[in-house]
Design a protein around this ligand. Sequence first.
Ligand SMILES: Nc1ncnc2c1ncn2[C@@H]1O[C@H](COP(=O)(O)OP(=O)(O)OP(=O)(O)O)[C@@H](O)[C@H]1O
Length: 282
Amino acid sequence: MTTEAPIIELKDISYFYASSKTKALDSVSLKIYPGEKIAILGANGAGKSTLFRHLNGILRPSSGQILINGQEITRKNIKQVRQTVGMVFQNPDDQILAPTVEQDVAFGPMNMGLSQEEVERRVAEALELVHMSGFEERSPHHLSGGQKKLVAIAGILAMRPRVVVLDEPTAGLDPLTASQVINMIEEMNLQLGITVILSTHDVDIVPSFAERVYVIHDGRIGAEGTPEEIFSKCDLLRNAHLRMPRIAEVFRLLQESGVDADIQITPSEARNEILRLLRMHA
Ligand SMILES: Nc1ncnc2c1ncn2[C@@H]1O[C@H](COP(=O)(O)OP(=O)(O)OP(=O)(O)O)[C@@H](O)[C@H]1O
């Protein structure tokens, strides 16, 4: 965490869907700092998408305050807010509208009033970043789910936002495509300094991706901390309908069998711990 001011701050946000009489968010407070990689971890129906829809002004809170770059979202600054906070929706079909990939990725930068030359430059750059160069003339609707997701991310990157919010970016993707999408998200954080916030219920992708995790359950923030802190709270995870990462479960089973192992949550830390145990017992 840095000493900089938060780029996103939520103060005591609540949201009530009148149609389903659901309090989807209940006094949610959080702070996101520039350059961070954040995971919002929660089970189905926990409130992740509702939370995200507040971050670029799609929904207005029933109560509480949202500050983007220190400013409340107003009708006047909403365009600027959406250029600061780019949103990648769960279902790429909600986002992809143009007949070709190129036109689709160009949509955002064109709406920003940029010159044709600049739009073309940004489209080429964004497609290269998501490894989709060569797909310019293809119809987005005839791409695979993973490719559609990458085109949707390119469309957001072309606007050069400071923050990218991704709602369940790996949902419905096969394991290889899911890890390619996560790698690509990490690259955009590392190379472009973009703050990344993703939501997921996939506990196995969180440890190697996130620097900080917020656990959301029934519209409330249940915990905040590093992945190590979060995944040491077994009761909290169980109450939130989540679990430990598979790797950590192996170490818990070893502990139950009497092995003096420390619980690890990433493959590389797991390897180090196993090597340590092997050396100890050699
Ligand atoms: N448009 C809506 N109208 C009425 N109720 C809604 C609407 N969208 C969500 N809800 C309700 O609000 C609660 C939170 O839903 P939300 O979609 O934010 O959860 P989520 O964590 O994103 O879930 P998932 O992982 O299943 O996508 C749920 O109880 C849901 O039924």
